[in-house]
Unconditional design. Sequence first.
Length: 318
Amino acid sequence: MLQIKRSTLPKRTHQPHDKLFKQLMGCREVACAFIRKMLPQSLVSCLSLESLKVISGEMVSPSGESMSVDYACRISMVGGKGEVILLIEHQSQPDKLMALRMQRYATELMYQHRHELGKGNRIPWVLPMVFYTGVQRYKFATSIKELVSNVDDDLLMQYQNSFLLKEISHEMPGKEANRDALELFFAAFKIAQRPSLEKILALLDNLDMLDDYTFSEGVCLIKQYVLREIEVKKGVKMLESIKLEREKRRKKAMPSLADLCVELGKKEGKKEGKRECVQQIVLNMIRDGLDPATVSGYAQISVREIRNIAECAGAIDA
């Protein structure tokens, strides 16, 4: 007669069949006999059952959700070739999402053993198994592959147990990619981690030159992100340096409003084009709240003349 130690019994469960299964598997002799009987012999021959150690099936996911499996044990491979965790879930009713549940349980169990990576070891592989005792024949999927949409088998197998890795290896794209919005967006993540004045200015200048309005919102978001990261990691001083340097470059690259108006006047065949254009732009700037000294820098005419223009138009008091 089998003797089952109470100290080895898992927590109580509401389903009597689950309770019985847990009690039986709590006995080492029963567990080893079960494994020899139920697992493929090719797999059993690779397991050192003498090393079997029951582990807790209680888990807490990274999101804080509690979950529990019916039985889990840790077994060494023959010849010291690592370890596996055998996960067994008892089912008396078919579940069409069982494959998904088992995948989740296996992933969570592996996550519970993540601390072993710090010791120079690898996480044990989890072997999931469902022990089904239902009246109905089990007709649902036993693998994730059977649940997902009809994808090419070779493509599915290539990424079944791995993820796609796309690593951005450069901090600034080459000259041929400087006008590529996505290349610049990717570079922003790298540059923001180790920001320097030169790289940030180059990135912002290239973002300014993008002529694809499809990404205009993304450009604004990237600029805001980069400047926030600069302020956090380098402080306000570097942020101010960037703003000052950007302002200098803009003024240097920008033709004067007077020159633009001359060109406009020529195209329209108006001799007075320059004067009229300057006056209108000066008035718009004053009405938008810019002071005469600032307007003078853009229009390249004296502050006195700006005041005269504004006073004549009633934009400011005489």
